[in-house]
Design a protein around this ligand. Structure first.
Ligand code: RB5
Length: 149
């Protein structure tokens, strides 16, 4: 697993708290340095309050890669993708995580905390972290993503 000397950012709302804690433990055991943007308990919070600071830090180039989690994975992903340099992919399985890297050069993985088992989420996260971008025609397509009309 290539850690690339980089710090991985992670954040969730209450719907993803248990999964976040599980994944942080796995990441640290695997040798990653992790910056945790919260939340810190299962008390209800608004996912944008956690995801905005995390996504902004990636947008500014302070960090390169992140994992975000909410109940469905949708709210976190939608919030993160407001930032022009963020490409957050929602993945329910390893195949989707792999494609989000190979085809979309995703720099954030969004996980659905209430719909995926913890061990499966760790498998998905590892796939996301270990899969390179394919480039080529996919680079051309990724370059067009910001071109709103
Ligand atoms: C919180 O109940 C839930 O709405 C949130 O975790 C997420 O699923 C939103 O998209």
């Amino acid at each position: 697993m290539d850690k690339g000397g980089k710090v991985l950012v992670i954040g969730s709302d209450h719907g993803g708290f248990e999964m976040k804690q599980f994944i942080i433990e796995k990441l640290i055991k695997a040798g990653y340095e992790v910056k945790d943007f919260g939340t810190d308990s299962i008390e209800s919070v608004d996912y944008p309050d956690v995801i905005h600071p995390l996504a902004s830090s990636i947008n500014k180039g302070a960090y390169q890669r992140g994992i975000i989690i909410c109940g469905s994975g949708n709210g976190a992903q939608i919030t993160a993708n407001k930032y022009p340099k963020v490409r957050a992919g929602l993945a329910w399985n390893k195949e989707q995580a792999k494609l989000s890297r190979e085809h979309n050069d995703a720099n954030i993985l969004s996980l659905p905390g209430r719909f995926v088992e913890l061990d499966d989420a760790w498998e998905i996260a590892q796939t996301f972290l270990n899969t390179p971008f394919e480039g080529g025609r996919h680079q051309r397509r990724v370059n067009k993503i910001p071109n709103i009309i």
